[in-house]
Design a protein around this ligand. Structure first.
Ligand SMILES: [Zn+2]
Length: 657
């Protein structure tokens, strides 16, 4: 599972501490950023070497992901690379510029379909011009085939089809199935799945499904002597080098199993690998490497190839350890009825990491949190790793500050509010998230006999509200300063004003005009903000102000707001503990769903005028071996700033297919 910051509308928070430039390039609806790797210099030489080989293994999988997205992606990328590198004609023209924008979009999406929307996008330059470029670099013989695929709107429309009346397997441009229908694929898996197995393999995770010459359904495995063999061989080579300098025996065993899995394609071995991988909680360097998330497959089976290397942020991780160690104190002091409190309470400690290398499905667009493995039975029996990725989150924030416009500037009331948010917002926001994840969800208990499913379709939004309120209430608690988690007694105010601004206004930028608010997290935020606005109206706790026709919501009384959070937390905990479905439904229907159409329109217009790019992605730093007298004495991090150059470099260095 991944948590994605796909629609990066964060206000831009935290003070930037250096001249490091985060925002590198903007085009179409995309922006490209870069990130730093804090903690790299504190690694031992062996840890750096380990991370280096894992990063090489990650980058060697790049072509697999391109081919998975659509089988025409690699030939198209190759011709685009050829043009950028060898075209001798005029590059200063409008049409060439349009061609370059197409190339940048292609690299960003790892193919011809939008990475998020999944629809095919098109070059703005004419087909005749594209043809002339291909001919000029000796690719004239490929024009007929490739240009039709690039320009024809009627073929390969969507990577993963969302058609409601057609066959989503046939209509999907992704390369997971060929010459087969949805019914045939479903029947095939029905016939091979063992429904009685309590530890089932992930059937179909690492294969393409097609038909043999006799018309039988067959799976072509992605393994060292199968499809994608040349890339997988390179991945294995680097994984073996990594195993030789692993930090501990668990990592070594895990890597051995991963190589065995790539060699055999055996999904039982993949499970064995994951069980070992979950056990490694002591190492500093960690990784993801394999066919992981199944979102790209219309049938939700096939794993998109993904590589990820990261190092633990020991200091930030400590915070969640401290919170977990004090879980009982928080439970005892939470403002809910004692009947609904846990007598014995355990927190969850999530690991905070910094990315070192993003690859495959995680590059350039990348998640800000990950929870793996995906197999339910492994999660139940052996646990899972939940991580938040600090340096990526920070890079998003800092890049937003570099942008000449920001949602903070547009929607916050005055300079004092903006400055205060810039000073403490990043801190307070992270700590609120920690409280939400480590303690909020795990707090409280149901009364005996109340079913966990009692809240029905309102369960997710109410549960998120409960965890958020728990976090909001305690972010402001003096205990947080005492534990050394909050820097001072006022910093929480940055989170409070931001939360209200977002819940009552800013988040509606993501909802289409005329549509209700339906996503669970967004409902939760609206519920909390609207409820507090209404209940605090008589004391003017949150004030609606209008200036030059623009609406603002300003928090006047932070202590009273905290008190309102406490009251709502107590009520939602009661609803959940007693299984009071009607009351839960009433809260959501009253406060979370309907958006005031006039305000909605205003918010959309103000946001559009900011001209912010909704989607972001990253380039990687290079990890470069430093040699002295024929021996590697260090690995240093080199921060690139050229998006297109990195794409072309990767094509040259890691082109395996
Ligand atoms: Zn949550």
């Amino acid at each position: 599972m991944m948590m994605t910051g796909v629609l990066a509308i964060t206000a831009g928070c935290g003070q930037k501490k250096s001249d490091f430039k985060y925002l590198l390039d903007e085009f179409a609806d995309l922006k490209v950023m870069r990130y730093q790797i804090p903690g790299w210099d504190e690694l031992t030489l062996q840890q750096k070497e380990y991370a280096y080989h894992l990063a090489e293994a990650a980058k060697w999988g790049r072509d697999i992901h391109w081919d998975q997205n659509c089988k025409w992606n690699l030939p198209i990328r190759h011709t685009v690379e050829n043009i950028i590198e060898n075209y001798k004609g005029d590059r200063e023209t409008k049409e060439f510029e349009q061609f370059i924008v197409y190339a940048k979009r292609l690299f960003f999406a790892n193919g011809i379909h939008h990475h998020y929307a999944e629809d095919k996008f098109f070059p703005e330059c004419s087909q005749a011009y594209f043809k002339s470029l291909m001919e000029a670099v000796g690719d004239g013989d490929k024009c007929a085939e490739l240009l039709d695929i690039i320009y024809n709107p009627d073929i390969l429309q969507q990577r993963r089809s969302t058609s409601t009346d057609g066959d989503i397997v046939v209509l999907s441009a992704g390369n997971f199935y060929e010459g087969v229908t949805r019914a045939e694929v479903e029947k095939y898996y029905e016939s091979i799945e063992d429904k009685t197995d309590e530890t089932p393999i992930a059937y179909g995770l690492n294969t393409k499904v097609t038909k043999d010459s006799k018309g039988n359904i067959v799976e072509i495995p992605w393994k060292i002597d199968g499809m994608y063999g040349p890339a997988i061989a390179k991945i294995c080579q680097e994984l073996k080098l990594a195993a030789a300098c692993a930090e501990n025996d668990i990592q070594k065993r895990a890597l051995g199993l991963l190589v065995k899995y790539y060699e055999t394609g055996d999904l039982r071995v993949w499970d064995e690998f994951n069980i070992e991988w979950v056990k490694d909680t002591i190492g500093t360097v960690d990784f993801i490497n394999g066919f992981i998330e199944d979102y790209n497959d219309p049938l939700g089976r096939k794993g998109a190839w993904e590589g990820y290397v990261n190092i633990k942020d020991h200091k930030a991780s400590e915070r969640s350890v401290i919170l977990s160690a004090n879980a009982q104190w928080f439970e005892d002091h939470s403002p809910v009825d004692p009947r609904f409190k846990k007598k014995e309470c355990k927190g969850i400690s999530a690991k905070v990491i910094n990315a070192v290398c993003l690859a495959g499905d995680s590059y350039p667009s990348t998640p800000i949190g990950i929870n793996l493995p995906n197999a339910d039975w492994i999660r139940k029996m052996y646990g899972s790793k939940s991580v938040t990725i600090a340096n990526i989150t920070h890079a998003y924030d800092y890049a937003a500050q570099e942008s000449p416009t920001s949602t903070l500037d547009e929607f916050a009331w005055d300079d004092a509010e903006k400055a205060f948010y810039r000073e403490w917002g990043s801190w307070a926001d992270e700590i609120h998230t920690d409280l939400h994840e480590c303690l909020g969800h795990g707090s409280g208990q149901l009364l005996p006999g109340v079913a966990t499913t009692a809240m029905g379709e309102y369960a997710s939004a109410l549960e998120e509200a409960r965890a958020d309120l728990f976090g909001l209430y305690f972010t402001a608690d003096p205990k947080m300063v005492e534990l050394g988690i909050m820097p001072n007694k006022d910093a929480y105010k940055a989170e409070y004003s931001n939360y209200i601004r977002n819940g009552l206004m800013v988040q509606f930028t993501r909802v289409e005009l005329g549509r209700p608010n339906t996503e669970a997290h967004m409902q939760n935020r609206k519920l909390i903000a609207e409820w507090c606005y209404e209940k605090g109206a008589k004391d003017n706790v949150i004030e609606k102000k209008v200036r030059d026709g623009k609406t603002y919501f300003v928090v006047n009384d932070y202590e009273k707001l905290r008190d309102l959070f406490a009251q709502l937390l107590a009520e939602i905990q009661r609803i959940k503990s007693e299984g009071d479905y009607e009351a839960g439904k009433n809260l959501i229907e009253t406060y979370a769903v309907n958006i005031d159409p006039k305000l909605h329109k205003e918010v959309k217009e103000r946001y559009e005028a900011l001209n912010l790019k909704p989607y972001g992605g990253f380039i990687n730093p290079d990890i470069v071996p430093v040699e002295k007298n024929g021996k590697i004495v260090d690995y240093k991090v080199v921060y690139n700033d050229d998006y297109l150059k990195q794409q072309l470099d990767y094509g040259r260095k890691y082109g395996a297919l």
